[in-house]
Design a protein around this ligand. Structure first.
Ligand code: AHN
Ligand code: ZN
Length: 321
């Protein structure tokens, strides 16, 4: 740094003073991956949070109380949604708002429910076992809780922020039911997108986190995110590279994924990206070896990945003016 300043002065004959650095106005909190990890552990310890189950009810209370205790404005949006074969499920989207009165807002989201079937497990005997959802569900929520704790703390960001924990994302028709064709993913985010917690709700943009805790995860820019929110993809991937997390955020082109950001883009019409892994090596699944298997547990959660995603998203939120 000193060397380059000296050279610049020599180059212009020592006449000019070096350009003053732009005043960096915001302090970005340090994202604590141990804290995020403990919030993931806490959810997983309850057991699989399958819609309607006791663990699901306990988890909803844990999430809502924790966010409210930090001083955020919490809305519990409850309803019923229809899955395949007429299955009716209770649904609870949990929304935590910072500066709820502000017109300038950012939306951060993740799903908190668990899949009732490990239908991608190598052993068919496990197909009907619900997943722990350490990565698929709890990881995104854990990162958002750690961001929420910081936002609600001493130095909050300039903009209003809504953290939405969507329910019933993972009730898509199981792979072993080849007779069924319906699309029953993302039921909680569809519900919220049609009926937001605040009538006429809007946000500048949204960021969805899904399966953001695996060791060595690679988050390629997902297809719908590139189509609906190219500027947000740019912003987030550039920030990740600038902070030294480029290995987690390669800049190629990722595939298209049906996820909670789709209803947010198409129904609520808020540009929303999805940070979701694409494993180019894994034969079992493009989402990695534990996806919808009984191995989606705490043993496969890595603090370094949580840090890369959490610090990047925290910086993006705090740098917004
Ligand atoms: C599909 O498999 C079509 N979408 C994946 C969405 C998902 C499931 N995210 C987590 N679990
Ligand atoms: Zn899933």
């Amino acid at each position: 740094m000193l060397l380059s300043v000296t050279l610049a002065m020599v180059a212009c004959g020592g006449q000019k003073q070096p350009e003053p650095l732009p005043a960096s106005s915001v302090t970005i909190p340090v994202f604590d991956p141990d804290s995020a990890f403990s919030y993931i552990e806490r959810q997983v310890a309850l057991g699989p949070r399958v819609p309607g189950s006791a663990a699901w009810k306990q988890c909803a209370d844990y999430l809502a109380t924790t966010l409210a205790d930090w001083g955020l404005t919490v809305t519990r949006q409850t309803g019923n949604v229809q899955a395949f074969e007429g299955i009716s499920l209770p649904m609870q989207n949990i929304i935590a708002s910072y500066k709820p009165e502000s017109k300038k807002r950012i939306l951060l989201c993740a799903h908190w429910d668990c899949r009732p079937w490990a239908d991608n497990d190598p052993d068919p005997a496990n197909y009907h076992t619900p997943v722990d959802g350490a990565n698929d569900g709890a990881s995104g929520v854990g990162i958002l809780l750690e961001i929420a704790r910081n936002i609600a703390g001493k130095e909050g960001p300039a903009l209003g922020v809504d953290i939405i924990l969507f329910d019933v994302e993972d009730y898509g028709v199981p792979a072993f039911r080849e007779d069924l064709q319906e699309d029953t993913w993302c039921l909680g985010s569809k519900y919220w997108s049609r009926t937001p917690h605040t009538p006429g709700y809007n946000a500048r943009y949204g960021i969805l986190l899904d399966m953001v805790g695996a060791p060595g995860a690679t988050f390629y820019p997902e297809g719908f995110s590139r189509e609906y929110a190219p500027a947000i993809v740019e912003k987030v991937w550039n920030k990740a590279h600038q902070l030294g997390y480029g290995a987690y955020f390669p800049k190629g082109r990722g595939g298209y994924v049906t996820d909670d950001h789709l209803p947010v883009n198409r129904i609520a019409r808020i540009p929303c990206i999805d940070i979701i892994p694409m494993d180019t090596e894994c034969e079992q699944s493009t989402f990695g070896p534990t996806w919808h298997t009984v191995n989606d547990n705490m043993q496969h959660i890595d603090r370094a990945t949580l840090k890369a995603v959490g610090q990047t998203v925290m910086a993006v939120v705090y740098e917004e003016k």
